[in-house]
Design a protein. Sequence first.
Length: 361
Amino acid sequence: MSRPPRETAAVPAEPKPGRRTSQRPTIRDVSRLAGVSRMTVSRVLSDPELVLPTTRDKVLKAVADLGYVPDKTAGSLSSRRTGFIALMLPTLTNANFAAVAHGLTEALREANYHLLIAYTDYDMAEEERQLLNLLARRPEAIVLTGAMHRRNASRMLMAADVPVVEIADLPSQPIEHAIGFSNYQVGRTAARYLLDRGFTRIGALAASPDGEVTDHRGEERMRGFEDELRLARLPTDAVLRHGSAPVSFHHGATAFRALIEAQPDIEAIFAVSDLSAVGAVMEAQRMNIRIPEDISIMGFGDFEIGREINPALTTIHVDFRALGLRTGKMLVDMLASDATPAPSVVDVGLRIVERASIKDR
C-alpha cells in the first residue's frame, strides 16, 4: 500500500510508541548510516565471517537502528504482492488462539489471502527472531498477539511498510492498529465479581514473570485483580505467581496446592486462564476439597473443557473467533484501498459467564 515519502536524515530518530516511519528502510539506508558500500552490507548479511569485525559491527548496528529487514523474495517477485498475512501467537496449545486463527483465516480466504503462523512460547527474544523471519518473506500485513515487544522488534514493525495489527490487548499507543480487550479490566472484573458475592479471603493463580519469558497480558489481569482488591481494602498476599508461562492444567494443579498449603483459609480463587482454573478444580478434588462448597473458582477464556467439567466453571468470556474475523475483515479492507488508514483501536468487550463453580452467598 502506498505511503508518503519520508525525508532522509543522516541519523534516524528514535521511533516513538504509536508512530511509524513512512517508508521501509533499504540496503542503501544501511550502507549510508554505516559508512560502507551496499556490497559490504550484503556480505555482512550473507557471509558475516568474511567481514572485519569492526566493519561488521557498524553494519549490524545500522541494521538494528533502522529496523532493516533483508528482502529474501526480491529476486523472485516481480510485484510486492505475496498473498499471505503473518500471524504471531504466543502458543499453539491454547484453544482461544486457535479460534483467532480460524476467524482470521475465514475472513482472509474470501479475498484469497493465506495465513502464515509463527509462535513464541511467550519469549520476547523468540518473537524478535520470528518477526525477522516473517518480515523477510514480505507478508502483506502482520498480526501480533499483545502490545509488549522488544526494542528492535518495535523498530522493525514501525519501519515495515505493511499494516500492523496488535490483537487480544488494548494498548494506549498501538504501533498502528489494535483489536482486543483490556486484560487489566479482566482482572478488575473478576475481583469485583467475587467481592460482590461477599468473599473476603480471595486469591489468584498466574505464572511468574521470568525475564524474556513472560505472559504480559496475564500480568495485566493480575495487576487489575490486585488493584480492585486494594480498592476494597483487602490484602493481595494470596495472589500467587507460580511456575512459568504458558500456563496449563498442571500449572493450575500445582499452583492451587501451593496456595492452599500457604493460605488454607482462602474462600475464592481467580485463575489467569481456564486452563489453570480447570487444573485447580482437578487438584481440589484430589485433595477432597469441595468446589464450590469449600472454595469457589473462576477462570478466564471460556474454554470448552470449563463448560464440561463438574462443577462447570464460571469464567470471563471473550469471543476470540469474532476477534479473528474482525481483524481479517479490517485487513482485507485496508489492502483493497490505496489510502493509508488512520491508526485505530477496537474494543471487542468481555462478559462474565456464571456457572456452578462459584458458591452462592
